[in-house]
Write a protein that binds this ligand. Structure first.
Ligand code: PTJ
Length: 254
């Protein structure tokens, strides 16, 4: 039973923390994943722990991009498996995306635990574990370079929530469109991705699903128009402005 009272002023944030800790105890999350959550929390606090205007724009563009994709893949790491396994599967089903486990702190036992959680939550197929279909992404030295040739390797759009920074450029160089969820608008991944959703993945993934549902009724040219009107660099700078305005409001300066 949780020790966190629902009435606690920081209950939501503490519940998310608890999910990560439970994920760690179940062998899904790397120790470093707990630290990554801490970094994310700090940025979320600065953002006001809500989905801002610029994140909403990025979510719409991301949905349009996923719906236009020929072969989209959702890359899952320990943190996302612990935070939102059901939502990953819902998003994959709705958009025909494949799911691939790809870890920075590669560990076969943890990979198996993540696959098992995803399958328990309804995933039919999870790529990233078969030696027979291994392929190597060039321009990257970490274990993330090992991907599935039928998944990330041949994808046109790759969704990489909570990325550690060394893979996005390699994916882009390989000609892929990269969508990320990252609470830090200044991170290398945030700055390098095609579409950066600066929001907590626990809030934003449901919104991405909703956007995909809504936009699935639109034709290709409307979806293309949404993408053409989206500028990731401008969106990131609007994001930083939102953080600044939030801080000024909190300090009652503005
Ligand atoms: O499971 P593995 O082995 O693949 O490892 C996963 C982690 C997350 C440990 C690894 O990729 C890593 O070290 O990531 P970083 O470099 O700490 O970067 C994670 C980014 O995600 C940071 O910019 C955080 O601000 C951001 N972040 C953390 N929690 C969230 C988040 N963004 C959105 N939602 C969150 N809940």
């Amino acid at each position: 039973m949780s020790l966190i009272p629902k009435s606690h002023p920081r209950a939501k944030s503490l519940f998310i923390r608890e999910k990560l800790v439970t994920g760690f105890d179940r062998g899904l999350v790397a120790k470093e994943g707990l630290l990554a959550q801490g970094r994310g929390e700090a940025f979320d606090y600065l953002l006001g722990e809500k989905t801002g205007k610029s994140a909403k724009l990025a979510l719409k563009a991301a949905a349009a991009q996923i719906l236009l994709a020929r072969s989209p893949v959702i890359s899952v790491n320990g943190n996302t498996a612990a935070l939102c396994p059901k939502e990953i599967i819902r998003l994959a089903r709705l958009t025909g995306s494949k799911i691939e486990v790809n870890l920075f702190y590669a560990n076969e036992k943890r990979k198996k635990a993540i696959v098992s959680v995803l399958k328990k939550n309804g995933a039919k197929e999870v790529l990233g574990t078969k030696t027979s279909s291994k392929a190597t992404l060039s321009g990257i030295d970490s274990a993330r370079r090992i991907v599935d040739k039928n998944g990330i390797f041949s994808a046109d759009v790759v969704i990489v929530p909570l990325e550690d920074g060394d893979r996005t450029m390699a994916l882009r160089k390989a000609g892929k469109v990269v969508i990320t969820f990252d609470l830090n608008p200044l991170s290398r991944t945030a700055q390098t991705a095609n579409i950066t959703i600066v929001d907590n993945v626990t809030r934003a993934i449901d919104l991405l699903i909703e956007n995909c549902k809504k936009l699935s009724k639109k034709n290709e040219s409307s979806l293309n128009r949404i993408l053409q009107n989206f500028d990731n660099k401008k969106n990131l700078s609007d994001n930083v402005k939102e953080i600044k305005n939030n801080l000024m409001r909190r300090l009652k300066i503005a």
